[in-house]
Design a protein around this ligand. Structure first.
Ligand code: F0G
Length: 459
């Protein structure tokens, strides 16, 4: 088989400013060993997130010029609405400025004390919006999803047995919504099978619990279904996507992922009463229902991006990039999450740095080492992000110590990915020299964004 090439040419480029390890050591120290504090200019390959970092196509840029900036009833809104209706089959479309704005609106209406929202895995902002309303978020991930280095085809699936028993135990009246996140970002970008979507939907319908899809990476999920699920190999991505949404009562979407947009999102649904409540809140928080916190030009870019992302050449290249990096790392013995996810490669920092205990933040130490070695920026998903303290002030570690390398869409080429593999492998070879970190300053909420850290030297 021939090399799977990037299915695009590059028309506009942005410089990468090369710096030296000595300069990076200085930068890292000034940033207090927190990569969120490092300026983008000082990063060579930025794998912090795949959100809002996509390269837009020439068609999208052309669409930007067509953007109709009318306050009410803009042409761009009607194109946006029709595209989403066509792709998802969901009749009601409400634009928002990004995914969490959709979540804020939805969970302000449906949430509240004593309520439970069930999911395969809620993304951080989704969980935060649920908890902010006073409700509880419950993750019911399937067993296969809990073992990072054991491969399985659909590790994002929800555990339907516990779903049924949870609904029975708490009563459907306390469960306003079930949310299936596709692909499962927090679980490593792992896909959810059509069979699982269908089964979750059946259980929800039987119990009159509505089911929404957190659709950020819907096209990547559809590609995995086409590749891995019996009966879907000859179906088009558009067809698979439509079937996925046919089981749902609605969706929340961040257009910063599978719509190649730098900003934007939407809510879509079938229930017109719920939609009325959402629009009421939209008007006081986001904007009028035909722009919802976006410019007309953003609506155009999203509408075009949503169709482009379902292109099979693109999806093949996209998913292959993650597999390619995963394979290179595995061949060198690097502990990496398997199989490769849709948008990111996850390193198992606990296995990578067994000499660093969770209290000394092995994930963050690894993320810093990758930056020092090659200017690669990743993100820790471990004890810095999710750790807590017990009553005695001792660290309660996160379940896993992971480092996520999320790949922006259509931005980096194969040689960039080769370079990333080289950096990770070099760090792996020198792993015994990597030291742990301690927190010297932190905030009460979401501390990983702003915390200041220092290396633990005396070991
Ligand atoms: N749901 C999922 C599954 C996400 O991955 C994100 C964002 C959101 C909702 C929220 O969307 O950022 O537009 O408000 N994930 C980004 C990330 C931030 O880096 O994974 P948003």
């Amino acid at each position: 088989m021939k090399t799977i090439i990037e299915p695009f040419r590059i028309k506009s480029v942005e410089p990468i400013y090369v710096n030296t390890p000595a300069e990076r050591a200085e930068i890292l120290s000034k940033a207090h060993y927190n990569l969120f504090r490092v300026a983008a200019r000082d990063v060579l390959i930025d794998l912090l997130t795949d959100s809002g970092t996509s390269a837009m196509s020439s068609e999208q840029w052309a669409g930007m010029m067509r953007g109709d900036e009318s306050y009410a009833g803009s042409e761009s809104f009607f194109r946006f609405e029709k595209t989403i209706q066509d792709i998802t089959g969901l009749p009601i479309v409400i634009p928002t400025h990004q995914g969490r704005a959709s979540e804020k609106i939805l969970f302000s209406i449906l949430g509240g004390k004593g309520k439970y929202f069930l999911s395969n895995t809620l993304f951080d902002t989704t969980r935060a919006n649920i908890e902010y309303s006073g409700a509880e978020g419950i993750d019911l991930l399937c067993e296969a999803g809990k073992h990072p280095t054991v491969p399985a085809p659909f590790k994002g699936n929800m555990d339907t047995t516990t779903l049924e028993s949870f609904i029975k135990e708490k009563g459907a009246s306390h469960i306003p919504l079930c949310v299936l996140t596709v692909t499962n970002n927090s679980g490593g970008g792992q896909p959810v099978s059509m069979e699982n979507i269908r089964e979750v939907s059946r259980i929800c319908k039987e119990n009159r619990v509505p089911m929404f899809i957190d659709a950020c990476r819907f096209a990547e999920n559809a590609w995995f279904i086409k590749q891995r699920e019996p009966g879907y190999a000859n179906r088009s991505i558009g067809d698979i996507v439509r079937e996925m949404f046919s089981y749902a009562d609605g969706c929340t979407m961040s257009a910063k992922k599978d719509a190649f947009a730098n900003i934007g999102g939407f809510l879509a649904m079938r229930d017109s009463e719920l939609a009325m409540d959402c629009r009421n809140l939209l008007v006081i928080t986001e904007g009028f229902p035909t722009y919802g916190g976006l410019a007309g030009r953003d609506l155009e870019a999203i509408a075009i991006g949503l169709r482009e992302v379902m292109d099979e050449q693109y999806l093949q290249y996209r998913i292959r990039s993650m597999e390619y990096l995963t394979e290179k790392l595995m061949a060198a013995g690097v502990p990496v999450m398997q199989p490769a996810g849709g948008h990111a490669v996850y390193l198992d920092a606990a296995a990578f740095l067994p000499h660093i205990p969770a209290s000394e933040l092995p994930g963050q130490a690894l993320a810093c080492a990758l930056y020092l070695e090659g200017g690669v920026r990743s993100v820790e998903i471990g004890t810095l992000m999710f750790g807590k303290y017990d009553a005695n002030g001792h660290t309660v570690p996160a379940q896993m110590e992971l480092v996520r390398m999320a790949v922006p869409r259509r931005v980096y080429t194969q040689s960039h990915i080769d370079y990333v593999a080289e950096v990770v492998i070099e760090v792996f070879q020198k792993r015994d020299n990597i030291k742990g970190l301690r927190i010297i300053e932190e905030s009460a909420l979401l501390r990983h964004f702003t915390a200041k850290l220092a290396p633990i030297d005396n070991k």
